[in-house]
Design a binder for this molecule. Structure first.
Ligand code: BGC
Length: 723
């Protein structure tokens, strides 16, 4: 049935394309506005309208300027960033996040929403890490696929990005990524491959992969994406990522977009028409591209007067979905003496310290910026949760430099010229003394209050498109502040919000309670407060390793970030916990870590192996019991270890997980299954994923380093799979 619909769409697309002039076809293949292509009115073909981005639908821009239109009605639901979604380890919440995004995209009249970002977090310093999910391909794809399905339920297309190896911002427009076959296939491609099965659009990246620009790469777009993976959707270039008309035309790219407003000069505009006329590019290549777009339009019910879902935005249901995702994204990193949750009833006085308690983050970060309907800051969230009877005092504690976050002109207009690293501003004496004054005030008060919460961390000056951080340290002398506050009041709760890890070594041992929040959407501050005061039992788990020091991180330990014109991924497959586990390096907080206000016991493991020469299946069950006195949620994580292999392997790899909600005293069965692919590595000689016969260990735990159940299985055959 689906086959025949696909065939019908393809036939209709061909027929329409046959009626079009060269100029009409070309106009569909490039931006004629910053976020749209041209339609062909006489044939009833509308333009394709796009919008960023990962955390909600971006505000409206005119066709030819990066100055926002400034509409009174383009405020939207600001959703938790992808790292926050990943920290929930909850496929249902990922789906609901996508559903909101898709409905809002349609509600705002868009056809394509430029999300999600599924690049791997190779370094903690990448400026766009907050837009990405994880350092692990399994977690990324398990959440990105339902998110995409959610988006596309509303007749809007997802556009998974940035294909591929977009793992840093420094020199992102040019940098040539040298990465080995194994790392490429085991780490950097699997999420894209899984997403390409469902996503109607895909955005090609700026970088070069082994000397070929990704947005005109025969290897990535023709060989892998179109031929091997059978992708039939639309490929859209990142904005300004195309460099050569003929190469791009011959590649699997369909639509060229850019940040420039000279639309006729785009490679896929007049230069493409000229190339076809001069026989440098055969016209059938253009036809194929146009047909991809026309099939997409039919799938989105954009042609022939089809009934299309109208979408909606800013609804109460959308805010509720954003709240629930934010609640499950908060990660309780440390909680000695059960310091948290803080008492709510009868709390007379509370001291809140820190600029992030009152900072709104929605309008920053680059193309992921959001014109939010509202944003509940942590302080507002705390006030909402505690009500008026608690005397809440807020002091700033630290301050940023005074430079404005963004210049009047939208940064994106200049984005093809500026790819430097974040340059740390010289701290002036005046700023230093201002910070000292703020710190002294906060530390003095901290000693006087029984209950103190510090809310610091990062903001979109550090977590931002176009720039990477140069350090993993907390900015603005926050380490000093936190260390001194903890000296004055050892019971101070430390809350950090941000999109990527920071070093905590200066004070982590002294802190009894440490909480991590993300850019968690318009209800983020409320969700955080609900966790702090126990209305919500935290269940977030880290989707990435929080290292003690930057030098411990794989790419940094070998000096391979951010590289120069070339960056070599010499750490190979040892990214994130794969490196920390294999090299036995103790992280500050490991991948998959996250505490709860209750406890969970694991028991009764059952492993059932079924193996034939052709197939391998392992069904796994175990019992999880909530042994505490609060309802809570636990993410059961399943790792596979291959102790003996013909190639070097990571100590263990995440292969499955499931999240269970448990009432106090309740037990539930976690059920997961593995196939041959879950035991395999990429065999670079034969270009297949291969699982060798022999012993494998299956490790089940509450984090990557809190393994509760273990077993070994023996397999007898070599299994080869496509992935
Ligand atoms: C970003 C993309 C974004 C596009 C359009 C580029 O700078 O890399 O992620 O979708 O701009 O705003």
């Amino acid at each position: 049935m689906e086959q025949s619909e696909e065939a019908r769409f393809a036939a209709h697309a061909k027929e329409l394309t046959g009626k079009m002039t060269l100029e009409e076809k070309t106009a569909m293949l490039h931006g004629v506005g910053l976020f749209r292509t041209a339609g062909v009115e006489r044939l009833g073909i509308p333009p394709l309208k796009m919008s960023d981005g990962p955390m909600g639908v971006r505000q409206e821009f005119p066709d030819n300027s990066w100055e926002p239109v400034g509409l009174p009605d383009d405020y939207v639901t600001y959703l938790p960033c992808n790292s926050a979604v990943a920290a929930t380890w909850n496929r249902e919440l990922a789906y609901r996040t996508g559903k909101v995004l898709g409905e809002e995209a349609r509600g705002r009249g868009k056809d394509v929403i430029l999300a999600p970002g599924v690049n791997l977090k190779r370094s903690p310093l990448c400026g766009r890490n907050f837009e990405y999910m994880s350092e692990d391909p399994c977690l990324t794809k398990e959440l990105a696929v339902p998110l995409i399905r959610g988006i596309q339920e509303s007749d809007a297309a997802a556009c998974v990005k940035h294909f591929a190896v977009n793992n840093q911002e420094t020199e992102r427009l040019q940098v040539d990524v040298q990465v080995g076959e194994r790392a490429l296939h085991e780490l950097y491609l699997p999420a894209f491959r899984a997403c390409a099965r469902v996503s109607l659009c895909l955005m090609s990246a700026y970088e070069q992969l082994r000397g070929e620009f990704c947005s005109q790469s025969k290897y990535l777009l023709n060989q892998l994406l179109r031929r091997e993976w059978g992708y039939r959707g639309v490929v859209i270039s990142d904005w300004g990522a195309v460099h050569d008309t003929r190469l791009a035309a011959e590649s699997g790219l369909d639509v060229e977009m850019s940040v420039e407003t000279d639309f006729d000069h785009y490679h896929f505009a007049q230069p493409l028409i000229d190339a076809v006329k001069a026989d440098r590019v055969p016209e059938y290549l253009l036809n194929q591209k146009v047909e991809h777009i026309l099939v997409l339009m039919q799938k989105l019910h954009m042609l022939d007067g089809a009934q299309r879902k109208p979408g909606t935005y800013d609804t109460a249901a959308h805010r509720q979905a954003a709240l629930e995702t934010a609640q499950e994204s908060v990660v309780l990193l440390k909680n000695e003496d059960n310091l948290l949750p803080l008492p709510k009833k009868g709390l007379k006085k509370l001291l809140v310290i820190g600029a992030n308690a009152v900072r709104t983050h929605a309008p920053g970060g680059g193309s992921a910026e959001i014109k939010a309907l509202y944003e509940i800051t942590p302080l507002l969230g705390i006030r909402t949760v505690l009500g008026g009877n608690t005397d809440i005092r807020w002091v700033k504690g630290y301050c940023a430099d005074t430079q404005p976050e963004q210049s009047g002109k939208n940064w994106q207009a200049e984005s093809l010229k500026n790819t430097a690293q974040n340059v740390l501003k010289n701290v002036t004496d005046a700023l230093r003394s201002k910070r000292e004054t703020l710190r002294e005030e906060a530390v003095k008060l901290a000693g006087e209050y029984e209950h103190v919460v510090v809310i610091g961390g990062l903001n979109h000056r550090q977590d931002t498109e176009g720039k990477d951080r140069t350090s993993m340290k907390l900015p603005y002398e926050q380490d000093e502040l936190i260390a001194e506050v903890l000296k004055a009041n050892p019971n101070a709760v430390i809350v950090l919000t941000g999109g990527s890890p920071v070093e905590m070594g200066r004070w982590a041992a002294q802190a009894k309670a440490v909480v991590w929040g993300w850019y968690a959407g318009l209800e983020g501050g409320r969700a955080l407060a609900e966790v702090l005061f126990g209305d919500v039992n935290p269940s977030g788990k880290l989707p990435e390793t929080f290292a003690k020091r930057l030098e411990d991180c794989p790419a940094h330990s070998i000096g391979e970030f951010p590289g120069g014109r070339t960056v070599s991924y010499k750490e190979n497959i040892f990214v994130g916990y794969r490196h920390f586990d294999t090299a036995s390096i103790e992280p500050q907080f490991c991948f998959g870590h996250g505490l709860s206000y209750t406890q969970f016991a694991y028991s009764e493991p059952k492993f059932q192996l079924t193996e034939t020469e052709r197939e391998l299946t392992v069904n796994i069950r175990c019992m999880v019991t909530n042994t505490g006195d609060r309802a809570g949620k636990e993410t059961v994580q399943l790792y596979v270890r291959d102790p003996e292999c013909s190639v070097a392997r990571s100590y263990k790899e995440l292969r499955s997980f499931c999240k269970l909600a448990l009432a106090p005293g309740e037990s539930r069965t976690a059920e997961m299954s593995l196939s041959a692919a879950d035991f395999s590595f990429y065999d670079t000689e034969n270009h297949v994923f291969k699982a060798e016969p022999g012993e494998y260990q299956i490790l089940i735990g509450s984090s990557s380093r809190d393994i509760r159940l273990k077993t070994s299985i023996d397999t007898e055959f070599t299994h080869c799979t496509a992935e």
